[in-house]
Design a protein around this ligand. Structure first.
Ligand code: FMN
Ligand code: SF4
Length: 480
């Protein structure tokens, strides 16, 4: 009665829906959220879901197409990553829409009004559903409606708000739950589901609302035009302070400028560009190519200084390291990068650089000292990176290998039993973490005189985008 062919398998959910309809009446909207396809072996296919949906007339008012499973969130496209196309469920929804008169919507990686308009205009869906995008920017619809598309913070699908199941790739990759008390305050705050890398208000609403309003308009100097400094500048200005932003380099964006050349980081580039645009459209004094020296601070005499001067790459302390390139330099200018590359350091940044180089046709060997790639990552972010590396035929992974020497032939490595080998490469690239610019930060702090000083982002300790942006906002909120 309830199993076997599609008609019989659909009977149970239809009876439930029928009963809900009977009890709730016809003026109550019933939305059925259902996998457009399970995307696991033996699971329901898109065609089967379409067949089932064709039997729901009168029972539901909206069919909402998602996909996959929570326990396989990345692999079954329940949570798409930056490596997936936008709108992962749109074609599946379009096939279902052909079989029913009930309005159909799709969720999954939709982060721009342009894309939403297009798939509606093409008749693939009747309207769109947004999950993470509304965490990244709850004003998405209002901004789109009022022609302010370029003010939308577009979700980067970074998984910070929903890190996912740690055990997906096996027990050895399970996340080690850190001792919360040992973590910096921003990191602790950022472990909450719903906190967002690019929207520092999300998940922190109560704390932010309880912070006191400024008692007057202060002169605020922000030092550093990376994500922390840019967010601090925007927030300080919006709180009616007189803000000056100084940046040592010739452009704003800081470390995020590497996204200009990485095809997978288009959404993070969007965010970086948005921060720069938001600063430019405000009446903020921006001084590029300007170093905030102690003399500069003494002359300006601001009421508050927000230091966001970033971090410098950690250098490998082995023979021959001087001939190697840092990962960020690869993004700035890849003309010096040869065909065969050895990537020293298989953390998340090293893996992403390797993927970037592999996309550009280089043959890359990643060497990581620990027994797994991206040891600092877990859950969906880890799966997304590992799957992408598995797909790349021109990336070789060597874990459990310590680099002991760099020469013009390549990198000499040693495994845990002390066995040595040379991994050949034309170019050696390294990514071994970042060192906060502490001494420079302390020097500027000492030179700030009576000004209240705050620090944000990478100059506190190597920070991720969430930490940088949240600390930028919080520093500006504390200027009262
Ligand atoms: C913080 C968070 C919580 C979620 N909770 C649920 C849930 O309880 N049930 C569910 O079916 N999907 C849940 N989802 C998944 C979303 O509904 C959506 O299918 C998924 O995020 C993909 O859409 P997106 O790319 O627009 O984010 C959650 C997503 C996020 C980010
Ligand atoms: S944390 Fe990342 S994935 Fe989540 S909403 Fe923000 S940008 Fe999107």
């Amino acid at each position: 009665e309830y199993s076997g062919n599609l008609e019989k398998r659909g009977r149970f959910p239809r009876e439930i829906l029928g009963d809900i309809r009977k009890r709730m009446g016809t003026d109550f909207i019933i939305e059925l959220r259902i996998n457009g396809a399970d995307l696991v072996e033996g699971g329901t296919t898109n065609e089967q879901t379409a067949g089932f949906c064709s039997t729901l007339d009168g029972l539901v008012d909206i069919i909402h197409i998602s996909s996959g499973f929570k326990s396989k969130g990345h692999d079954t496209e329940e949570f798409s990553s930056m490596y997936h196309p936008h709108g992962v469920n749109v074609e599946r929804a379009a096939n279902i829409k052909k079989k029913t008169r009930i309005p159909v919507t799709a969720v999954g990686g939709i982060n721009s009004p342009e894309f939403a308009e297009r798939i509606i205009a093409e008749g693939k869906v009747d309207f769109v559903s947004l999950a993470r995008q509304l965490i990244a920017d709850p004003e998405f619809a209002n901004k789109a409606k009022s022609g302010r598309e370029d003010e939308i913070r577009r979700c980067t699908r970074c998984y910070h708000c929903y890190p996912g199941m740690p055990e997906i790739l096996g027990d050895d990759r399970a996340r080690v739950v850190p001792d919360m008390k040992s973590l910096p305050a921003t990191t602790q705050r950022g472990l909450g589901v719903g906190t967002c890398s690019i929207n520092p208000v999300s998940g922190n609403e109560v704390e932010i609302e309880s912070m006191p309003e400024p008692r007057g308009s202060r002169s605020v100097l922000v030092v550093g035009g990376g994500p922390a400094g840019l967010q601090a500048t925007i927030t300080a200005f919006d709180r009616k302070h007189k803000v000056t932003l100084v940046e040592k380099g010739g452009s704003l964006g800081g470390i995020l400028n590497f996204t200009d050349t990485d095809v997978h980081k288009i959404d993070l580039k969007n965010f970086k560009d948005l921060l720069v645009r938001e600063v430019k459209r405000r009446n903020i004094k921006v001084m590029l190519n300007t170093e905030a020296t102690p003399e500069f601070l003494a002359k300006l005499r601001p009421d508050a200084v927000i230091l966001a001067i970033g971090a410098s790459p950690c250098l490998p302390v082995i023979t021959g390291a001087g001939t190697a390139m840092h990962a960020l330099d690869v993004y700035r200018d890849d003309s010096r990068v040869g065909k065969k590359v050895v990537m020293v350091g298989g953390g998340l940044a090293g893996c992403e650089t390797a993927l970037h180089l592999a996309d550009k046709g280089h043959e890359v060997t990643i060497v990581e000292m620990q027994n797994r790639l991206a040891p600092e990552a877990y859950g969906l972010a880890l799966t997304a990176t590992i799957r992408q590396i598995e797909k790349a035929s021109n990336i070789v992974v060597k874990t459990g290998m310590k680099c002991i020497e760099i020469s013009d032939k390549g990198v000499k490595v040693e495994n845990s039993s002390g066995k040595e080998e040379v991994i050949k490469g034309d170019t050696i690239v390294y990514s071994l973490g970042m060192n906060a610019r502490r001494s420079e930060t302390e020097r500027l702090r000492a030179a700030a005189g009576k000004a209240t000083v705050f620090e944000a982002g990478d100059c506190v300790r190597g920070a991720n985008v969430y930490e940088a942006v949240t600390e930028g906002l919080m520093a500006a909120m504390k200027v009262i």
